[in-house]
Design a binder for this molecule. Sequence first.
Ligand code: HEC
Ligand code: HEC
Ligand code: HEC
Ligand code: HEC
Ligand code: HEC
Ligand code: HEC
Ligand code: HEC
Ligand code: HEC
Ligand code: HEC
Ligand code: HEC
Length: 323
Amino acid sequence: MSANRIISYAFALLICAMGIGFGSSAFAAAAPAAGDGLYSEKGTATCVQCHNEAPATDILKTPHAMKGDAHAPGGQKGCESCHGPSNSHAAGFAAGKPALPAVVFNGPNASPIEVRNGACLTCHQDAKRMNWHDSQHKNANLACVSCHTLHAAKDPVMVRTTQAAKCFTCHAQQRAESFQFSHHPMREGKVICADCHNPHGSAGPKLLKEFTVNQTCYTCHADKRGPMLWEHQPVRENCLNCHTPHGSNEARLMKERMNFMCSTCHSATGNNSGGAFGGAHALVGNLQGSATFSSALANNRTCLNCHSQVHGSNNPGGTFFFR
Ligand code: HEC
Ligand code: HEC
Ligand code: HEC
Ligand code: HEC
Ligand code: HEC
Ligand code: HEC
Ligand code: HEC
Ligand code: HEC
Ligand code: HEC
Ligand code: HEC
């Protein structure tokens, strides 16, 4: 405890001994037992007598402290809107019976997880947290405070440039992916985790904000939405047939090197046509083996040299995605 704290603590004891000050006379005579459900008489003013420095006081700089907002703790029970009725804690010290606040969020004395989360959900049980109760994060026993920091002028997980770092503390694989050659600029804060995921729960897979992968991608890549005159089936089906969402060592977030990626579905023995090594390529104008074809395949754009509109085409002549 800092010198300041000790002084204010001592001060609290002193005013208590004199039978004056907050909480009136009652708490000096008979200190209420822990968890007696009573709020301290002067709310925040009582608490900040002892908790008079950062980080405790940082909350006073946030929307939570707004006195004018009837929905905010500041407009209700102050500190105790979150920490619960804690008169026994505030007064207990003075009476020589230290007690914990009703709700402790972190550290060795942390309250049970339902109690902690319940304190937040009394106010934040809304549309965005509709699926919290069967979310992967709830099931993994995360607390709201596993991600949120309330005693900070600005909660880092709410800031675009610092959000990913918070998620990376648990999701090391996605962190590694964010350093790969091609990646959504997540560390850079341009495309953030919460652009694609709702960490509070989702009706779709993998905590995605939308019902499907493709709908999630379309929110930014609207040009890929279609419908196209000539659809490429795997594109409509799932963008992740060819791409990875976070990062890849292949260009354009590709799952595999170009040529091989197309060949996973289009091969001489595969069922979706002959690909580059048979089928039409062998038949039409004896394409395969021609100088044009070989050099086109050797080029790093490989199949894309000819089939450039791989997401589908709106050109009347775009059957084979040439244009
Ligand atoms: C008389 C001084 C005093 C008053 C008044 C006071 N506290 Fe405390 N509080 C302490 C001390 C001392 C500790 C334990 C040392 C520490 O964590 O700094 C503490 C600890 C806490 C903790 C952390 C508990 C833990 O175990 O991690 C919380 C949360 C807390 N107080 C909230 C409050 C709230 C809310 C109020 C107002 C209702 C309040 N305090 C009023 C002195 C006080
Ligand atoms: C909106 C809910 C909320 C309000 C209001 C609130 N707290 Fe907290 N408090 C928390 C959470 C959550 C934590 C855990 C650490 C964090 O998120 O910063 C915490 C942690 C603490 C701690 C322990 C320090 C630590 O990091 O372990 C103290 C002491 C404390 N609060 C005191 C207060 C006091 C005093 C007030 C009023 C001025 C207050 N709190 C208002 C939610 C709240
Ligand atoms: C008494 C009601 C109440 C309680 C309890 C409460 N909040 Fe809030 N919270 C609010 C209000 C009101 C706002 C401001 C909303 C706004 O401005 O749109 C807010 C804002 C927020 C924000 C957005 C802050 C920002 O920087 O924009 C976060 C995150 C948040 N609360 C998380 C929590 C968590 C986590 C807890 C539990 C530790 C909690 N709240 C407890 C009422 C509450
Ligand atoms: C896995 C991390 C994580 C957990 C756990 C988490 N949050 Fe959040 N929360 C976030 C992120 C990230 C944002 C920012 C969302 C955005 O930018 O759209 C956010 C935003 C918010 C906001 C403000 C914007 C909004 O969605 O209304 C509130 C309020 C909030 N969270 C409350 C809670 C509560 C209550 C809990 C516990 C039941 C909780 N959060 C648990 C990560 C988390
Ligand atoms: C305290 C650790 C922790 C933090 C912080 C955290 N997560 Fe998680 N997350 C988990 C755990 C544990 C799971 C469930 C187990 C798993 O699938 O890895 C999970 C699951 C997920 C899933 C679903 C995985 C699936 O298989 O369905 C997504 C998506 C996710 N987290 C995104 C995020 C985002 C985005 C953030 C930051 C806003 C975040 N997480 C912060 C621990 C965390
Ligand atoms: C551009 C959209 C997008 C962004 C941004 C994004 N994700 Fe994802 N994430 C996805 C998609 C889509 C999946 C589903 C992958 C699948 O089904 O194989 C996913 C899956 C996950 C999973 C589950 C992985 C698994 O193998 O099951 C975790 C964990 C995750 N993301 C965490 C994060 C974190 C942390 C961030 C921010 C650093 C983040 N994501 C940013 C789209 C995104
Ligand atoms: C929040 C907006 C947003 C969402 C949602 C989004 N993206 Fe992106 N995407 C971007 C931005 C911005 C870039 C450009 C990055 C750059 O210029 O470095 C990009 C780039 C790409 C690239 C090219 C990468 C490169 O290295 O050139 C691919 C491929 C891509 N996104 C696929 C997807 C897929 C698949 C999804 C769905 C899982 C998706 N995106 C969802 C914003 C988004
Ligand atoms: C059949 C494989 C395949 C599927 C499925 C696919 N893509 Fe692509 N995508 C590619 C290839 C190949 C490139 C590289 C094109 C180039 O370099 O000209 C690419 C490039 C991109 C780019 C960056 C260049 C550009 O055209 O803007 C974005 C963004 C993109 N894809 C988004 C998506 C989205 C969103 C989906 C799902 C709707 C999707 N892709 C589905 C193969 C695919
Ligand atoms: C996930 C499997 C898959 C991948 C990967 C894939 N395709 Fe396809 N492709 C298909 C299917 C399915 C069809 C429709 C086949 C049919 O109608 O017979 C198709 C059709 C085509 C057609 C012919 C269109 C037509 O009308 O006959 C071309 C050209 C094509 N793909 C090129 C590519 C290229 C180039 C790549 C690599 C960038 C690629 N495909 C990757 C599954 C895939
Ligand atoms: C030099 C240009 C060129 C390159 C490079 C090329 N193709 Fe083709 N592709 C064609 C032509 C021409 C057709 C036949 C169009 C027609 O029948 O009119 C064709 C047809 C196709 C078809 C559909 C016809 C069928 O066989 O059923 C698929 C699938 C296809 N190519 C896949 C690929 C893949 C995968 C690659 C890369 C490994 C590739 N192509 C590289 C020119 C090319």
